[in-house]
Design a protein around this ligand. Structure first.
Ligand code: DHB
Length: 389
């Protein structure tokens, strides 16, 4: 009897030791980002935003230390998947985050499902992504959200004949489809749909074709970082002077590059979920702090996706007392979150795990000697129109 009691005490003591070790263990967040290659600016913006969030909110949540691990996938899907596996198995991360391109998110989705690890998509924006795993939560946006808004705005503003030009992969195909569907519904006409390769695109032959077709406007989607090349070639060909307007989703007039694109961008209208010029107190503070921490770099929409993604993770950690109950409990605590982001009010739809947010129409203007996307209209609380179920 005595031995049995001792044994019980021993088991109890061991159990408590395990619990206290667990309590001292850091909760690890593994961000997988393109830090090199064509999408490196996306990685740089998200890393800066995640670090800013932690500097502002501390590295302890509900008494548990939080550790950020950042890994470079170089924009290669197989690398993203392998890194995710290593992060889950070796580093025992509690949450995966990042995902700078759609193929990177899709490649990683099975790892999230198999390991029951919440996966916060902070950048990639094809509608289908949230359906690739029940563990995915998105804090970026969808191209369908933005493109529908432009499909409504353009025909009300004298644009009837359009050529679309998109990067030939998930988000580009969504942008093309959702713009076109809404534009046609509004009696617009898409006279040609052009798709350019994602890797090392040469826009010249495509833009020449657009010039020959003389539409009222060219609608463009290219991923973050590629807008400046489109803009340069559009202007070099004198397409603006030939009366062709340039419209698109806000990836084109990316805040990260806008000042370097020059005054030829003045007047370009885009639809998007975030502008560094968004007039709110929360945003002003965010932009100021981000610039201060990053040698004057202006945050773009990728930074906001990362910043809000970290907030979703922190809130879930708070609500689970530091991650108790594992991945499923964290995921449940991410669903339905609602808060004011630098972009405005946002909501994580508990059913779809996708973001519901305002979409703004913006025009490039000069303010205080700098180029900005200045918001002039808003469509409130837009759900992703691209869900298949
Ligand atoms: C995606 C990447 C981008 O850089 C962007 O601006 C929009 C979408 C993507 O791959 O999903």
């Amino acid at each position: 009897m005595k031995t049995l009691l001792n044994l019980r005490a021993l088991v109890l003591a061991l159990g408590m030791a395990a619990v206290s070790v667990h309590a001292q263990d850091a909760f690890k967040i593994g961000l997988i980002l393109p830090m090199t290659g064509q999408q490196a600016t996306t990685g740089k913006q998200i890393e800066a935003a995640a670090r800013l969030f932690m500097a502002q909110n501390g590295d302890k949540v509900a008494g548990r230390k939080v550790e950020l691990i950042i890994k470079d996938d170089g924009g290669i899907p197989d690398a993203a998947k392998r890194i995710a596996q290593e992060l889950v198995v070796n580093d025992k991360v509690g949450v995966l985050g990042g995902f700078g391109l759609t193929p990177l998110a899709l490649a990683t989705a099975p790892i999230a499902t198999q390991s029951k690890t919440p996966m916060v998509v902070m950048a990639a924006a094809t509608s289908i992504i949230t359906e690739a795993s029940p563990y995915i939560v998105r804090t970026s946006f969808t191209l369908a959200q933005c493109s529908v808004a432009m499909g409504d705005w353009a025909p009300k503003n004298g644009i009837k004949r359009v050529v679309t030009l998109v990067s030939d992969y998930g988000p580009g195909i969504d942008a093309e489809r959702f713009f076109k569907e809404r534009f046609l519904l509004n009696s617009g006409q898409v006279i040609e749909s052009l798709r350019v390769p994602l890797r090392n695109p040469d826009f010249a032959p495509f833009l020449q074709k657009v010039r020959d077709l003389k539409p009222d406007a060219l609608f463009v989607f290219v991923p973050s970082g590629a807008g400046a090349a489109v803009m340069k070639q559009f202007l070099e060909r004198g397409m603006d002077k030939a009366g062709i307007k340039l419209i698109g989703t806000g990836d084109l007039t990316d805040d990260d590059q806008l000042n370097d694109m020059g005054e030829g961008t003045l007047g370009v209208v885009t639809s998007h979920h975030y502008s560094a010029m968004h007039p709110s107190v929360v945003n002003k503070k965010f932009v100021e702090a981000f610039k201060k921490a990053n040698k004057g770099m202006r945050p773009n929409f990728m930074a906001v996706g990362g910043y809000d993604g970290m907030r979703v993770i922190y809130e879930a950690l708070k609500n689970t007392k530091g991650g108790q109950g594992g991945g499923d409990a964290l995921l449940a605590a991410m669903k339905g979150q609602i808060f004011e982001s630098p972009r405005g009010q946002i909501f994580i739809d508990a059913q779809t795990r996708d973001i519901v947010q305002n979409i703004y129409l913006r025009r490039v203007e000069k303010k205080d000697g700098e180029l900005y996307n200045v918001e002039f209209d808003v469509i409130k609380e837009v759900k992703d129109p691209g869900k298949t179920k």
